[in-house]
Design a binder for this molecule. Structure first.
Ligand code: G6P
Length: 367
């Protein structure tokens, strides 16, 4: 496979910067841009008949699944359970005949994800695989494949595959909502228009890179970093923490902002940066109170938000990364980019092997 870094220092940087382009390809595959509709290939089951969705994956792909869970619930009013593939496969989860299982995998070869797919099929469920490698084992064995068109991903830490997984899952969730009569035609057009804006919004988000590079100096001195978010930005907080620990070896944890007072608040002092991923929304005020709790204990906040959020958050010791305003549905795709850049710039400063972090493998084909 011949892929080079172009003008970038690392594959990871190249892959972060490619995202506006590859997500446009992925959306181009699933959206009819003139009619503003989602166009999926024929499914081997009737979406109107299903009563449950199980989602399973590992690592970054799992967090894409956790974000999609919110979308399937909101757009299609379907109950969803998302679980780590290494748990799912051994839990003897009862899987009903009217449910489907969605597995998500960049490589399509992850052992636990493959075993989960096989388990779901043995239970008589139909399976959908969201995969980046179309020739992979998972792609071959699933009843239906929804490819992510991210192109080859070389950096061990997944970036562009993640946002393309989100794009694919968002299309599937909107389509499911339409088929089930939960979303109207107008809702679909509105959501499709929002998705069509993502490449441009991502290009804007990448312009934060110099600011993030400056901020990484503080982060590179931290021993622990906490990431907080609510709603779909909660799994993104988990992904942010995963990314930082994978490539910079700084301990990081992601938490639902509302859980702060149930534990992690005990850790907060002036040495602990807290990254808050919070576009302005109907529960933004709640996140502001969480930030006040952090600030009262001397914690330093890095708030990733938009202008309205920045104007409302009057909290001490805060640095703000400001993104354009955008519909809530697309925020996890766009906010993923500053989150990836935080990890990337911190790791570069620490001098780690960004593309090949110690002890990690791109594809985990053994248990
Ligand atoms: C490894 C990689 C991660 C990836 C995970 C799942 O841990 O280092 O970047 O998210 O496997 O891989 P998959 O290919 O199934 O998405």
């Amino acid at each position: 496979l011949l892929v080079d870094k172009g003008n970038h220092r690392h594959f990871m940087a190249k892959e972060i910067y490619e995202q506006p382009e590859v997500i446009a390809h992925t959306f181009g595959h699933y959206l009819d841009l003139t009619r503003e509709t989602v166009t999926l290939p024929d499914l081997p089951f009737d979406l109107a008949e299903i009563d449950h969705i199980s989602i399973t994956a590992c690592g970054t792909a799992l967090f894409a699944g956790s974000i999609a869970e919110y979308w399937f619930e909101r757009f299609a009013r379907l109950p969803v359970s998302t679980d780590i593939a290494s748990e799912f496969r051994y839990r003897d989860t009862p899987l009903g005949k009217n449910g489907i299982t969605i597995v998500i995998s960049q490589s399509g070869e992850t052992a636990d994800t493959l075993a989960s797919l096989r388990y779901a099929r043995e239970c008589g469920q139909k399976t959908v695989a969201v995969v980046n490698v179309p020739t992979s084992t998972i792609a071959r064995e699933a009843d239906m494949v929804l490819p992510t068109l991210a192109g080859p991903e070389i950096g061990v830490a997944s970036t562009k595959a993640f946002t393309c997984q989100l794009a694919t899952l968002a299309c599937l969730a909107v389509h499911t909502g339409r088929v089930r009569g939960v979303l109207s035609e107008d809702d679909e057009h509105r959501l499709v228009r929002a998705m069509m804006e993502v490449p441009r919004l991502m290009t804007e988000a990448l312009k934060l890179s110099p600011e993030i590079e400056a901020l990484a100096r503080t982060l590179s001195k931290a021993r622990d970093v906490l990431y907080l978010g609510r709603g779909t930005n909660y799994p993104l907080a988990l992904e942010g923490a995963l990314k930082l620990k994978e490539i910079s070896y700084i301990h990081a944890e992601g938490y639902a902002a509302g859980e702060l007072k149930h534990g992690p608040i005990a850790l907060i002092d002036e040495t602990m940066p807290v990254v808050v991923i919070a576009p302005f929304d109907r529960i933004f005020e709640k996140t502001v109170s969480n930030m006040e709790e952090v600030a009262a204990r001397g914690g330093r906040i890095i708030l990733v938000t938009d202008q309205r959020g920045a104007d409302l958050a009057h909290v001490e010791a805060m640095q703000k990364l400001i993104l354009p305003e955008m519909p809530a549905t697309v925020t996890p795709m766009v906010y993923a980019l500053p989150v990836q850049l935080i990890a990337y710039h911190t790791a570069v400063l620490m001098g780690t092997d960004v593309d090949q972090p110690r002890n990690l493998a791109k594809s985990v084909t053994v248990e």
